[in-house]
Each structure stands twice: as structure tokens, then as C-alpha cells.
Design a protein around this ligand. Structure first.
Ligand code: GTP
Ligand code: MG
Length: 304
């Protein structure tokens, strides 16, 4: 399957909602009057594109119609695509430096897909011939350590872990020294999404990040925020909260396959400082792809 097919397939539900909605709203006329444009805007909001981003997109559509007089479905879709891509920004990729230790720190609230993404990334780099190491810095739940160990077995990757309740920063310390000793290319650190409260979580992440930077000053360190597309506008808030605690290099948006609300990627991009780098399009180990704004938008809207 080509990458566009993977996107289209993963975003089937959102496409069904947005692209089909677009066609339905024009009532088969293939053009949009003012009322239909309002309906289009509401459709975007329902697909979780967010109120501000939806407004920005539709303002541009209205301006364009005023300027050219062209209110055809093709013209409207074209302007929408252009605006969405502008919000999503240039395609950016998660780069790994050669001949250096790369540390990927996965953070995010509980259940967003951090551990799954750790496993998927592990396979990605193993397939590229890299030496990979996993670290179980979610010490809050015993099941979290076991879950990462399962990914370790599945991908034949060693996992650095301690016991439940141990200090996550100490796990990171161990993992970094193991990574250096083993000449690891990519160290992937899984962290907790749930602690007693949010402040605890943010404090813990700040501490973990500090220890990583202290112990591996010459490593290429990147914190990736994992957010769940099915959580709607909450995802936008998470992007803000985590950026306040640590320096976020990029965003992984997971479960884009899970709902008709994949439009949230646009809302997140509109608000967040960091770019969306990766997309989770399913639960399987191969269901992680580089986020591509153009393919994403083409998957969402009808063909022009
Ligand atoms: N459909 C779908 N499911 C996903 C995706 N990514 C993760 N999941 C599922 O989401 C659930 C939670 O994933 P985890 O990786 O355990 O999430 P987590 O962030 O580590 O959760 P905590 O450790 O509780 O904080 C699991 O059932 C995963 O299979 C995705 O891209 N698509
Ligand atoms: Mg986890």
C-alpha cells in the first residue's frame, strides 16, 4: 500500500464525515451559497477542526468567493485545502542523528498511546538497522512496565526497567548509561501518563528531562508529545499544558483511525508551537507514519 492509501484508509471515518458532508451540503448543486457555507463551517467544527481554525478556513473561502465569484465545489474545496495546509505547516520529519545517541522521550496523558508508539518507533529504527533500547520510566503501574516488556520481546529489543514505584529519573539514569555502554543509536523512553495529580506528572517530567540532559549532554534529545485524536479539543489543551512543563520537539497524533474527528490535527496545529511529526493510524506495530500535511488534507477532502 502506498503512503497516500495508508492515510486515506486510516482516515476513512473522518473522510466519510467531512468529504461526504461537503458534497451533501451543496445538495448536489456543486456550489455553495451563504447558508451552505455556514453549514460547512459547522461541519468542520463537528469534525473537531476547532472553532478558531474553522473560522479562519471559512473566512478565506468567503473572501475567495467574493474575489472571484466562483462558488463551485471545486473552488471551495481548493481554498479549504490550501488553508488547511497553511495551518498544518510544512512537512517536518522526526530526524535521527547518525553516530550519536538519540533519545526520544514519549510524554502525554494516560491512554494516548505512548507505550504503543514506543513499540512502533522501536520497530521503525530496528528495521533501519539501528541499535535500539527501551526504557520503562512509567513506574506508576506494574502493568506499564510489563506492557513495554512485551513490546521489547516482540521487537527483540532490550528493556531497561526497575520495579513499580521506583524513581522514573533513576530509570532514565540507568538507561542512558546502558545506552552509552552499548553504543545505542536510539533510546526510547516511555513515561507515565497518570500520577496522583497533574502537577505531580508535570513535576516528574521536568525532573526526568533535567536528568536526561544532565546525564547525556551530547545526545540528541527530543521529547515527543503523544496526543489522542479521539479526545477532541482536550488534545489542544494537552498540547498547551505539556509545553509549559518541558520543551516539546514534536507531536505524535494517535488514533486518527478511531473516529470521524481526525480534524483535530488541524486544531492542534493551529494552537501548538511544535509540529505534528507522526501519525498513529491503528494499533498494529506498522501503523505509525510520518505526518504529511498534504496527504492528510487530501484524505480529508474530496478530490479536486
Ligand atoms: N486505533 C488505534 N489505537 C491506538 C493507537 N495508538 C494506540 N492505540 C491504543 O490505545 C490504547 C492505549 O495505548 P497505550 O500505548 O497503552 O497508551 P499510553 O499512553 O501508554 O497509556 P498509559 O500508559 O495508561 O498512560 C491501546 O489499546 C492501544 O492499542 C492508534 O494509532 N490507533
Ligand atoms: Mg503506557
Amino acid at each position: 500500500m502506498g503512503i497516500f492509501e495508508i492515510f486515506k484508509n486510516g482516515l476513512k471515518k473522518t473522510r466519510g464525515f467531512v468529504a461526504d458532508g461537503l458534497t451533501k451540503i451543496s445538495a448536489g448543486l456543486g456550489r455553495y451559497d451563504e447558508e451552505m457555507l455556514d453549514e460547512l463551517e459547522a461541519l468542520l467544527v463537528q469534525a473537531d477542526v476547532g472553532v478558531n481554525a474553522s473560522m479562519r478556513i471559512m473566512d478565506q473561502v468567503r473572501n475567495q468567493i467574493k474575489k472571484t465569484g466562483d462558488d463551485s465545489k471545486e473552488a471551495v474545496t481548493f481554498t479549504m485545502k490550501k488553508q488547511m495546509m497553511e495551518i498544518l505547516g510544512e512537512k517536518q520529519q522526526l530526524e535521527i542523528e547518525e553516530n550519536s545517541l538519540n533519545i526520544l522521550l514519549l510524554v502525554g496523558v494516560n491512554g494516548t498511546g505512548k507505550t504503543t508508539t514506543a513499540g512502533k518507533l522501536c520497530l521503525r529504527y530496528k528495521n533501519r538497522g539501528k541499535r535500539v533500547l527501551l526504557a520503562a520510566a512509567d513506574t506508576f503501574r506494574a502493568a506499564a512496565i510489563e506492557q513495554l516488556q512485551v513490546w521489547g520481546e516482540r521487537t527483540a529489543t532490550p528493556v531497561i526497567a526497575q520495579t513499580i514505584g521506583s524513581d522514573p529519573a533513576a530509570v532514565c539514569y540507568d538507561a542512558i548509561h546502558a545506552a552509552v555502554a552499548r553504543r545505542t543509536d536510539v533510546l526510547i523512553i516511555d513515561t507515565a501518563g497518570r500520577l496522583h495529580n497533574k502537577q505531580n506528572l508535570m513535576d516528574e517530567l521536568a525532573k526526568v528531562s533535567k536528568v536526561i540532559h544532565r546525564e547525556a549532554p551530547s545526545a540528541c534529545i527530543k521529547a515527543l508529545l503523544v496526543i489522542d485524536a479521539t479526545t477532541g479539543q482536550n488534545a489542544v489543551i494537552q498540547a498547551e499544558v505539556f509545553s509549559g512543563a518541558i520543551d516539546i520537539h514534536g507531536i505524535v497524533i494517535t488514533k486518527l483511525d478511531g473516529s470521524a474527528k481526525g480534524g483535530v490535527a488541524i486544531a492542534v496545529a493551529h494552537k501548538a508551537q511544535a509540529p505534528i511529526l507522526l501519525a498513529g493510524l491503528g494499533e498494529a506495530v506498522e501503523d505509525l507514519v510520518d505526518f504529511d500535511p498534504e496527504l492528510f488534507v487530501d484524505s480529508l477532502l474530496p478530490n479536486t
